[in-house]
Design a protein around this ligand. Structure first.
Ligand code: DON
Length: 311
């Protein structure tokens, strides 16, 4: 299997790269608009650490919504299942990732799931720590451990750019405060700063494929054999990835690729082939639903060719 992958990967990357032309880089966070539109890179990591990379694999990008998978597992470790699902639901929305609609429409105004912005903001409010700085520090250390230990950093310009322009996320968060999903004791701006920080953690595809590998092996890093995340929490995270990891294109991706995945507006996608591979792609040009057009094409090509669908 590895040989087939090794031979074909560069060809598949070039065949998918043309689909970047169908997308646009995200511009609602001004700093993200600087990303190279035609870039496409991938890393596939196996259980013994064997790593195949192709394309623009040295590109650094921010995790954006991919971070939500990991903050969910940290919040589960801090609060348990009951504590988390008191504040956030378990259902896909079919709406855009930053939609406000159902918060008002469906009682009791609890976000439908932890991967939409409103849900992720609620989850971020549950991360333990005495101050926003301490919470962000815990998040960074948690992500670093899962990414194999090498230091990760925040991209300060992306953080500031998002913080200065996040009118919709601010309104979502204040709406959650009004609905009492964010409790009396919670300062909305503090929660938002921890949220923008984790969205701005910078990474490359190789590090991100290591994080995916840990999910592929149910929370244990198969290279070091360290158990990093309880299996049950990984199971919850992968279920959400399958149902709503690609937002309102999750059904189509599940039909075409059939593997749990999570996208971000910087063009990254983390994907998991359970028991086999951790995968990360980056392609900054996004389609209408916020997913990398070239990245989605590449993952669908790979999954079909390698017969990876889990169903
Ligand atoms: O909150 C936001 O809008 C961004 N920090 C993250 C959104 C995101 O990545 C959605 N992904 N497709």
């Amino acid at each position: 299997m590895i040989e087939q992958l090794r031979t074909n990967l560069p060809l598949w990357v070039e065949a998918s790269r043309v689909h970047a032309r169908e997308g646009q880089v995200a511009a609602y966070i001004p700093e993200l608009a600087k990303a190279p539109r035609d870039a496409l890179g991938i890393s596939i990591m196996g259980r013994d650490g064997t790593t195949l990379t192709a394309g623009d694999n040295s590109l650094l990008f921010t995790m954006q919504s991919i971070s939500k998978v990991f903050t969910l597992m940290l919040a589960l470790s801090d609060n348990g299942e009951e504590g988390v699902f008191e504040k956030v639901g378990m259902e896909p929305t079919g709406d855009d990732f930053n939609s406000m609609l159902k918060l008002e429409l469906v009682e009791p105004g609890k976000p439908f799931n932890p991967l939409i912005n409103a849900g992720a903001i609620a989850v971020t409010s549950l991360i333990h720590g005495a101050s926003p700085a301490e919470k962000s520090e815990r998040v960074l250390r948690y992500f670093q451990d899962i990414a194999g230990g090498a230091p990760l950093t925040y991209n300060e310009s992306v953080f500031r750019s998002e913080s200065a322009t996040a009118h919709r996320n601010r309104s979502l968060a204040y709406f959650l405060k009004d609905n009492e999903v964010l409790g009396e004791e919670i300062d909305v701006e503090d929660v938002l700063s921890v949220y923008f920080q984790h969205c701005s953690i910078e990474i490359n595809v190789e590090q991100l494929s290591r994080m995916a590998l840990v999910l592929a092996f149910d929370g244990t890093d198969p290279i070091t054999e360290r158990e990093l995340i309880p299996r049950r929490y990984v199971q919850i995270a992968k279920t959400f990835m399958m149902m709503c990891g690609m937002y309102n294109a999750s059904g189509e991706f599940a039909i075409r690729a059939g593997i749990p995945a999570k996208s971000g507006v910087s063009g990254g996608i983390l994907a998991v082939v359970p028991g086999q591979f951790g995968i990360a792609v980056v392609g900054p040009a996004l389609g209408a639903k916020g997913n990398s057009t070239a990245g989605v094409h590449l993952l669908e090509t790979l999954s079909t060719a390698m017969d990876w669908s889990i169903l």
